[in-house]
Design a protein around this ligand. Structure first.
Ligand code: 13P
Ligand code: ZN
Length: 270
């Protein structure tokens, strides 16, 4: 068996958690990440027949039967992941229609996966339905996106258009826009179901007055999506109180569509 701490998926997960912390997106235990793994990827590093514990999930997700995930632990600080991966991360396999999670590695202090496990797993199901290559769901609390949900309309089209107008390449990075949920109680199946529903039409879902969810085919892509939206929100928060003299026009957005061969969300541009 190879050392699991040298596995590419583990190295990338640890780097990503540290980077998210360094960006200020994950104060205290804020935020969580789940990464879908292939059995072949895990098998060289773990005895997949050796189940350490079984943890009930509290929901069903039959589409994820037998799937493996590397997931951040509940109450764990992103800043500590790199120093103690085995305490702060875990690898689980979903069984019994997704109602049980078999722990194969990690949560070594007796802990368990993030309290946002429903939102993560349900979002994986939704995104895999759109793109079978999706592997990552990421949640964090970036300050400017959060701030924006206090002062900007939560209408998805308006919220998206404002972000697109803040940096030229936003529309290129997330042409489908961002979806927005009103404030809801976190850590519940209800917010999980609502997030997954929103994930059917966009890889970014804002949780008003809380944070954001991103999804993508790898950790880099997902990080980059959140990074780009957060940069746009930062610019918005710098200029929202100032008289607006210039913007990116819809005509210019159409030029970007052509240049980068992307399609803005239907009905979002004039
Ligand atoms: P966990 O510590 O359970 O992952 O929760 C953090 C969080 O951001 C809740 O939304
Ligand atoms: Zn959160």
């Amino acid at each position: 068996m190879k050392d699991i701490l040298t596995a590419p998926f583990m190295v990338e997960m640890i780097r990503t958690a540290s980077n998210m912390y360094a960006h200020g997106w994950d104060e205290r235990n804020g935020g969580n990440i789940s990464l879908l793994l292939e059995e072949e990827e895990v098998a060289g590093y773990l005895d997949v027949k050796k189940v350490l514990r079984v943890i009930p999930t509290g929901f069903a997700a039959p589409a994820l039967e037998g799937k493996y995930f590397l997931v951040t632990g509940t109450g764990k600080y992103f800043k500590n992941v790199e120093y103690a991966p085995e305490v702060n991360l875990g690898i689980v396999r979903l069984t019994d229609g997704g109602t049980q999670a078999e722990l194969l590695w990690g949560y070594s202090d007796g802990g368990q996966f993030t309290s946002e496990f429903p939102a993560h797993m349900m979002s994986h199901v939704a995104r895999l339905g759109v793109n079978p290559e999706n592997r990552v769901v990421m949640h964090c609390h970036p300050a400017n996106l959060l701030a924006m949900t206090y002062v900007h309309s939560l209408d998805e089209k308006q919220f998206t258009r404002t972000l697109w107008q803040m940096c030229t390449e936003c529309i290129v990075v997330f042409p489908e826009g961002v979806n927005v949920l009103p404030w809801m109680l976190c850590g519940t199946n209800e917010i999980g179901e609502a997030t997954a529903e929103k994930m059917k039409t966009a890889r970014l879902v804002v949780w008003s007055q809380h944070g954001i969810y991103g999804a993508g085919k790898d950790l880099d892509e997902t990080f980059g999506l959140i990074e780009t939206a957060e940069k746009a929100a930062e610019i918005y928060m710098k200029i929202a109180h100032l008289p607006l003299k210039n913007t990116i026009t819809d005509d210019q957005m159409h030029q970007l569509e052509k240049r980068f061969n992307i399609q803005a969300r239907e009905g979002y541009l004039d």
